[in-house]
Ligand binder design. Structure first.
Ligand code: C5P
Length: 330
């Protein structure tokens, strides 16, 4: 489906806004679900991943049906009859599965703040992959804004002294190294998988919904393998949906919405703008937890970082068409 420029520009900003909303709600819901004390078993994270993939595939299939007068012809033509095209999506799906597991390793071996700050490096890896794989040209101010963005998010997430004392004391140097390697590899995989998906979306004519079904099908298969390996025993004992409650279903729905909106953002904006949207949502969720949940005391570093992130966002979007002299290509 080809959209007029004004329509696709509106979609770009609406999708970025929805991404800020989705990321913020997911963080707050997950934090709330962690503090909630309930009887019975906790839900399995590996099962939630599979459920979110299924929901994503169902919603995308419904959209494709509605766009094609409820005919299965397009799905058959694009997915079943083009196995090589479909197989191309196994690459980002496999990398995302690896990445989601690496982040789990990172979180188990690093304190949360170091993990979050280091993971911001994905903004730079994404920019480098966009330049090398998509031939994107960034102006000097856009490169500068990426550095400001990273510096800003680092300040926003800088740990307070009490957090450092309580978390780092239990982590050995060896496990810090393992955690750091895991998160650095995840930065590379996040940049590569995102830009690879963007290349497929922008260089072929298939709709974003068909591409998301193909990605989701592999995500589902890899997710089932992950669930069997990590939690096979527990699934056999108490079933895949053990411990599910309303909050779990909300987390699953928000995660599925994330997959949908990320695909739309990548199609109509790009992976770099997606980085800005998620950085803004870090600030929004921190402010909400300060005003509503009262479980966070912002420091002056937080406010300096927040100003830097907001300034970087304006600096980046002000220079959408790079001036001849300032555009540099790596
Ligand atoms: O940290 P990063 O931005 O790379 O994370 C992207 C997340 O979005 C991954 O967990 C990936 O599984 C998910 N995703 C998705 N559907 C897409 C693209 C990404 O579910 N079309």
């Amino acid at each position: 489906m080809v959209l007029p420029p004004a329509h696709s520009s509106r979609l770009k900003y609406v999708s970025l806004g929805v991404l800020v909303f989705q990321t913020t709600s997911l963080v707050l819901t997950m934090r709330y679900s962690r503090t909630l004390k309930e009887d019975g078993p906790r839900y399995l994270a590996s099962s939630a991943v599979v459920s979110a993939e299924v929901l994503k595939i169902l919603v995308c299939t419904l959209i494709v049906f509605m766009e094609n007068n409820f005919s299965v012809r397009l799905l058959k033509e694009e997915i079943v009859n083009k196995p090589v095209e479909t197989l191309k999506l196994a690459i980002p799906a496999g990398i995302y599965t690896l990445q989601n597991n690496l982040l789990y390793v990172a979180l188990s071996n690093l304190d949360a703040a170091t993990y979050q700050v280091t993971y911001q490096l994905k903004i730079l890896t994404t920019a480098l992959f966009s330049v090398s794989m998509l031939g994107k040209r960034l102006g000097l101010y856009q490169w500068l804004s990426l550095l400001f963005l990273m510096a800003g998010v680092t300040l926003v997430q800088w740990p307070t002294e009490s957090e450092v004392d309580s978390e780092q004391a239990v982590l050995s140097a060896g496990s810090q190294f393992v955690g750091l390697m895991a998160v650095l590899t995840a930065c590379l995989s996040s940049g590569f998988a995102g830009v690879y998906f963007e290349k497929i979306l922008k260089e072929t004519k298939q709709s974003v919904w068909v591409r998301n079904i193909q990605l989701g099908l592999f995500g589902f298969v890899f997710g089932i393998v992950g669930m069997t390996v990590y939690d096979g025993e527990r699934v056999r004992e108490s079933g895949m949906f053990q411990g599910y409650n309303t909050i779990t279903c909300t987390v699953v729905a928000l995660q599925a919405l994330g997959g949908l909106v990320i695909a739309v953002v990548i199609k109509y904006a790009d992976n770099i703008l997606k980085g800005f949207a998620t950085s803004l949502s870090i600030i929004v969720s921190t402010l909400i937890s300060y005003f509503l949940l009262e479980d966070f005391n912002p420091t002056s570093l937080f406010f300096m970082g927040a100003m830097l992130v907001i300034a970087a966002t304006f600096l980046y979007s002000n220079e959408c068409k790079p001036a001849n002299g300032s555009a540099i290509k790596v």
